[in-house]
Design a protein around this ligand. Structure first.
Ligand code: FEO
Ligand code: CA
Ligand code: CA
Length: 613
């Protein structure tokens, strides 16, 4: 572990040791994506705010000089007849016209070029899952399963998926929902299509869709991605828990696939009234139609969302897109489960030339899985049928089969077992890729140099530089960016200064200036609420630890997940998911409603400055 930490200077190209050089180069050569009309701050000055302390309060706290305002809570009317939110009192049809539950990944698409784009845009956000007690009753009391009706199932399905909301900044800088034709809800029942190598595969066919190309809906949408052609990628994470598996439903091969993905549990009681979520010997493929990355065109409300099978089928945490110098699209996507893997997809050619020929860059390319070797080198192993062990002789029938059974194919390749890969991000100023490993306390945890603590209750952040700075490369060099925990003096192996303590890193975003925003979901030091911090990888201390400051503390029993800014970086959107999960919260307390509701927090700097400075 020490060697992986101490080789950082070499890996970063002398970045840490030659801070003066980097400061100069950053100041003189602003990243192309940085907010127009202003100089990129010097590396030493990336973080300018006074950190906030850990908190157990049921309110959002941000640094002095910043303001946080709750916006777009679950139930906000956005389409149709704009039905008002009534805790536990809306029909399924009404929920379908309101913002869903449990906000997660999110992006802001400006609706104008230039300054107007900072005042008018589409906020697109995922709804990861539902708390059925609050959803169905408005209280923490869960109705008995025996009373579950189809209307309740439909209400739950309508609270899942994605919201597309046009928002405007108006009087006094306040943001409001526009009554726009672009506003849209995508739910667990929205018609979609399959594309890519697995579309139409026998493993995707059902009685209702004998061609295996017309799936319905998306579920458990965790994190996200954004393509250079202006679409939104939403990721199906824990899809497995929405099904009930009838005894004898599977052949031995199907049983092996189902158990690797953990299909079953009927967590939301959908199987009580919706046969699509009951797995039987005659209908065993519906679970295979989830676990994909779904592409949505937020600018065309009539468009059909597309499940892009070339990106593999796992519990996708996110789909973080980077464009290579040659114009190829690279999508980093983690599989968030104990001992599962990290993947990347590389398009076969430049995205512009593929699209010019009417092809999707997300349908044609190679999916790789990561092997992190103990010596700090790394390899991307191709998931290509017929190559290596992925052959007919080993039971892999074709490329579609490899993709539907991505996890099993990745195991056959000898990928590195990880401590639950969550978000990844590319620092636009260095090209370095960062990845959160949230935690792993399983007795089955596999210890390796890239996941060095067993147990790992606090998580860590790993990072790598692709060979030659080319994100399409098949080798890389990695190191440990930080080991989370209660702080260096605690003896838990954390590399953090005590005042920067945090656990369970999950959301992660390198902004255009190279600030790395870190969001948490899970146990925090001293039992405090979840939080968001900012790291400056360009400034490290004598112990080679990056500068970190705590920027925001969440409310009781929430997670902090999803972060983006307007292009000028002067308005930040942050999602607060499942406040009061297990009780203790009435946030956001809007319109006299005390039912806790997931919501987006708008953060601004009182002097109108860039967030983080
Ligand atoms: Fe949905 Fe892995 O967090
Ligand atoms: Ca997450
Ligand atoms: Ca998580």
């Amino acid at each position: 572990m020490q060697s992986r930490l101490s080789r950082r200077a070499a890996l970063t190209g002398g970045m840490a040791v030659a801070a003066g050089f980097l400061t100069t180069s950053l100041a003189e050569a602003p990243a192309a994506s940085a907010a127009p009309g202003r100089a990129v701050p010097r590396a030493a000055d990336l973080l300018g705010f006074t950190p906030v302390p850990l908190s157990t309060a049921d309110e959002i706290r941000v640094p002095v000089g910043y303001t946080a305002t709750a916006f777009l809570p679950w139930g906000t009317p956005i389409t149709g007849s704009f039905p008002q939110f009534v805790p536990g009192g809306n029909t399924a049809a009404e929920q379908e016209q309101q913002v869903g539950m449990h906000h997660d990944g999110m992006h802001y698409f400006p609706l104008e070029r230039g300054p107007g784009g900072n005042e008018r845009g589409l906020l697109v956000l995922n709804h990861e899952y539902t708390d059925e007690a609050y959803l169905q009753t408005g209280t923490a009391t869960m109705p008995p399963a025996a009373d579950w009706t189809l209307e309740m199932v439909r209400r739950s399905q309508a609270a899942h998926g994605v919201s597309v909301v046009e928002i405007h900044r108006g009087e006094g800088g306040r943001w409001a929902v526009a009554r726009s034709r672009l506003n849209r809800r995508i739910t667990a029942t929205t018609p979609m299509s399959f594309a890519g190598p697995a579309a139409g595969h026998a493993l995707l066919r059902t009685t209702a869709d004998p061609d295996g190309i017309r799936p319905l809906g998306t579920v458990n949408n965790c994190s996200h991605g954004v393509t250079p052609w202006g679409t939104y990628l939403t990721c199906e994470e824990n899809f497995n828990g929405y099904f009930r598996v009838e005894p004898g439903a599977y052949s031995p091969e199907q049983a092996a696939l189902s158990s690797r993905y953990g299909v079953g549990g009927d967590r939301n009681l959908w199987a009580t009234n919706d046969e699509r979520f009951v797995v039987t010997p005659d209908e065993a493929n519906e679970p295979n139609r989830f676990g994909w990355v779904v592409e949505i065109d937020p600018f065309d409300p009539g468009s059909t969302p597309v499940k892009r099978t070339a990106l593999g089928r796992v519990k996708h945490e996110g789909a973080f897109v980077h464009v290579t110098k040659g114009g190829r699209v690279v999508v980093y996507t983690g599989d968030d489960q104990v001992n599962e893997y990290m993947y990347k997809f590389v398009s076969s050619g430049s995205w512009q030339s593929l699209r010019a020929r009417g092809r999707s860059p997300l349908d044609e390319g190679t999916l790789y899985v990561a092997r992190f070797d103990d010596d700090g080198s790394g390899h991307w192993l191709p998931l290509v049928h017929g190559q290596g062990p992925l052959t007919e002789a080993n039971g892999f029938t074709d490329q579609g089969d490899v993709l539907v059974r991505t996890r099993l194919a990745a195991s056959a390749l000898g990928a590195t077992r990880m401590d639950r890969p969550e978000w990844a991000t590319v620092d636009p100023t260095t090209g370095m890729v960062y990845l959160t490993l949230t935690n792993n306390t399983s007795s089955a945890k596999v210890e390796n140099a890239a996941n060095p603590r067993k147990p790992n209750p606090w998580g860590h952040i790993i990072r790598w530089q692709e060979a030659g700075g080319d994100h399409a490369a098949t080798t890389f060099e990695w190191d440990l960016f930080l080991l989370a925990g209660q702080g260096r003096s605690s003896g838990d192996g954390s590399t953090l200064a005590d005042e920067d303590a945090f656990g369970s890193p999950d959301g992660l975003w390198a902004d255009p200036d190279g600030r790395v925003w870190i969001q948490t979901d899970g146990t925090q030091p001293t039992g405090a609420n979840d939080q968001m911090l900012a790291a400056n990888p360009h400034r490290t201390d004598a112990a080679d630890v990056p500068e970190i400051r705590r920027f925001l503390t969440g409310v009781v029993n929430c997670e902090v997940t999803g972060v983006v800014t307007t292009p000028d970086q002067r308005t930040m959107f942050v999602n607060i998911q499942h406040p009061g999960d297990g009780g203790g919260s009435t946030w956001p307390r809007l319109d006299g409603i005390s039912t806790p509701r997931s919501a987006t927090v708008i953060v601004t700097k009182d002097d109108g400055g860039v967030i983080g400075t």
